[in-house]
Design a protein around this ligand. Structure first.
Ligand code: AMP
Ligand code: MG
Length: 347
């Protein structure tokens, strides 16, 4: 009964936040499409709703053609295809700036985030969905190729180069956040100031709802898709969630998920079931949710205490949900149904 009630509440919430069925007219322009391997939903309110929503979709589709590793003609595929060659590859400014951002954040986070993780993703079969467990010998051979600090970037020339044969870039951890940030700019430039972008676990709230209230977004229980940990009130912020429950396979009763610890080549087991990052910067939110899932709760909170610009909801394997103090008012914890307890982390 409790579970049924939670499901009902969740549906109600999603309806309120505008991320369910298509709507037009008073309730805004709703655009649903498939890109970057996920279903995306763009809702824009106001007179500029229709052109703004179309422009956002076009921008996301443009970026997918640039950033995808599976589209053979993308710029990332070209960069990867020329790994180990002497000449650097000419790339668009958007890609150069994303590579530069990811490399620098990786250095700040002791390599928990590494966009050159591609060869290891392939070894686990996550790229093709033909999953397998690589041998230790395979991983030992591949791990030296995972080294995003070796990625050479020349922003002046607009080029980049992967120095070793077999190296490859996978932007899965950051592409949707980057696209969300760009779509947000496009929507604002089109004159709209009330919108919700749902790019697959990256939710960007622009302005407030037409009622004047903040957008409300449910944070899923990583152990039960029918339940949720709580509800976030968001205004001009993105919330991005990473967890092992999103993509995984099971073999002999062991779960292997898609977020890899670059220091071992194995799915990260840092004591966290999911990490939600809330920030005005959509790219930062996406990048950090993946990176801090790898880093684990202590390093995540240390990083939060050291840096500004984002807040966290950590769901621990021990059943403790920790929100950082900036979310004290914005996050309504409702994880009791899933057996969780709740704590606030302070600076
Ligand atoms: P996200 O859903 O944003 O947490 O990103 C997960 C995706 O990022 C995976 O599907 C991989 O494509 C990629 N990835 C996995 N592990 C890492 C890592 N340690 N650093 C960078 N990218 C990763
Ligand atoms: Mg991410």
């Amino acid at each position: 009964m409790k579970r049924f009630f939670s499901l009902f509440l969740l549906l109600l919430l999603l309806l309120c936040s505008g991320c369910s069925a298509p709507t037009v007219g008073d309730t805004g322009t709703f655009n649903e499409f498939f890109a970057m391997d996920t279903i995306m939903r763009v809702t824009v309110h106001g007179d500029a709703g229709e052109p703004a929503a179309s422009a956002a979709r076009e921008e996301i589709e443009r970026l997918e053609k640039l950033l995808s590793r599976t589209l053979p003609d993308s710029q990332v595929s070209q960069l990867n295809a020329h790994a180990g060659e002497e000449d650097a590859v000419a790339l668009e400014g958007d890609l150069i700036s994303l590579l530069t951002f990811a490399r620098s954040l990786s250095a700040d986070l002791d390599d928990a985030l590494d966009i050159t993780i591609a060869p290891v993703m392939d070894a686990w079969g996550f790229t093709t969905d033909h999953h397998q467990i690589p041998t230790q010998a395979q991983l030992d051979a591949l791990l030296p190729l995972v080294d995003c600090q070796a990625l050479e970037i020349d922003p002046q020339a607009g080029t980049a180069r992967l120095p070793n044969v077999g190296m490859a870039v996978d932007l899965g951890a950051v592409a949707k956040g980057f696209a969300a940030g760009r779509a947000e700019s496009v929507i604002r430039a089109a004159g709209a100031d009330s919108a919700l972008l749902d790019l697959g676990r990256n939710i960007t709230a622009i302005g407030v709802k037409p009622t004047g209230e903040p957008w409300r977004v449910a944070v899923q229980d990583p152990q039960d898709s029918n339940l949720y940990l709580g509800v976030l009130a968001l205004t001009d912020q993105t919330c991005s969630t990473s967890g092992g429950y999103e993509r995984y396979f099971e073999e002999d009763g062991v779960v292997y998920h898609h977020i890899i610890d670059p220091s071992t080549g194995y799915p990260a087991h840092s004591g966290l079931l999911s990490v939600t990052v809330v920030s005005p910067d959509a790219l930062l939110a996406d990048a950090l949710s993946t990176a801090l899932f790898v880093a684990g709760p202590e390093r995540a909170l240390d990083y939060w205490r050291r840096e500004g610009g984002f807040e966290l909801i950590l769901c621990g394997e021990d059943g403790v949900v920790t929100a950082t103090e900036g979310l004290e008012d914005a996050f309504a914890f409702q994880g009791e149904d899933g057996g969780y307890t709740y704590e606030i982390a302070r600076r």
